[in-house]
Design a protein around this ligand. Sequence first.
Ligand SMILES: Cc1ncc(COP(=O)(O)O)c(C=O)c1O
Length: 461
Amino acid sequence: MQRHASWGSFFNINSREPKPSLQDTKEARTKGTQKETIRITGSMENGAVNGYEMETPKNITIKGILSLLMESIDDDKNHSRSVISLGMGDPTAHSCFHTTHVAQEAVVDALQSDKFNGYAPTVGLPQTRRAIAEYLSCDLPYKLSSDDVFITSGCTQAIDVALTMLARPGANILLPRPGFPIYELCAAFRGLEVRHFDLLPEKGFEADPDAIAALADQNTVALVIINPGNPCGNVYSYQHLKKIAETAEKLKILVIADEVYGHLAFGHNPFVPMGSFGSIVPVLTLGSLSKRWMVPGWRLGWFVTSDPSGMFRNPKVVERIKKYFDILGGPATFIQAAVPRILEQTDEVFFKRTINILKQTSDICCDRIKEIPCISCPHKPEGSMAVMMKLNLLLLEDISDDIDFCFKMAREESVIILPGTAVGLKNWLRITFAADPASLEEALRRVKSFCQRHSKQRERC
Ligand SMILES: Cc1ncc(COP(=O)(O)O)c(C=O)c1O
């Protein structure tokens, strides 16, 4: 393995680093494991499009599939039944999940102060950056500074920043499968080739470091770890995360740690931030208030360089990141201004209550699924808000695959479930358990009766 000249080269600032030609890019593309879904549409340099296929990437998105499923519900036929969605990871759709008064008051006060109606600095308000640095440092063996923190519009924009900073012709990125499809979509827009490493259900959806190493080459820029995991509900142990960090270090690639579900862990393993291993390998930590504080609509996220050895403090890297932020609109200034109070004053009781409900609803989900022979749960979720369930199509008649299953389920039972294909696993299902216990029970009752109706051996279900 040829080693990279410097970590700075990842951020496209090393002018001596030879850039692969367009031909190299094409070859890299044809070697890609996902070339049929990850359409690279040409690279953009110096603001000019030199692409040759100006197409919108054809990637599946969760939102796209969920809206098709919603559209497929026949309102006339199902007028007496409410639609229950176990598809979207938005807990606020269910009344048992709502944010704290502290957060609401902090926003109201910031708004009414009349001090935060103007533009914030493009990288975020200084007090917001400082508060997030302090919040994240509580779980790290070193201290982050405000300069390490950049405020984004939700974790989604942090993903875009990370991939945009790393994209260059011929580069590739290693993504988990199943995963969160925004990464594939973003990579397609940015001309980054995607290579997938499988998460192993029989090993708690851990990644295999050898498989990661086998995928990487001198054009690999980073690997992505989502922990706690969406869609698998995994929470990785300290040891597993360390192994991943050591693998990345050996390969000389960065780790992008998506911790949007940070602290939402209710199983055996506590949540360990990947930044804990920042002295082994530079880590880009992505997160937001969306899930832990139940405010995905506030669009408050962060892109953080968790790197005590200071590789990201190279002035050219910092300048490049800052320039990119100049073209992004971050979250509203008054939301940013509320962050220090939200982070400092949220009561532990609020967090514990959330964890208790998620544990209860994930238990309901797994217990009810045990009563349905054609669906199994190879790994009980230990965190986040979603679980992957495996479909056994051999036990069903007239269901061709997971997509067919989910569309028929929507039409016949008004229950929305995401087909596994949307997150990279055909003939699996992703169920979001961030739902009111009563709605979840009702939805799973309907799933059971659907499966009984479509079972090959009805009497056994
Ligand atoms: C793994 C993962 N990353 C990022 C996001 C986006 O987070 P946000 O809503 O803060 O933009 C989500 C949202 O569900 C997610 O599941």
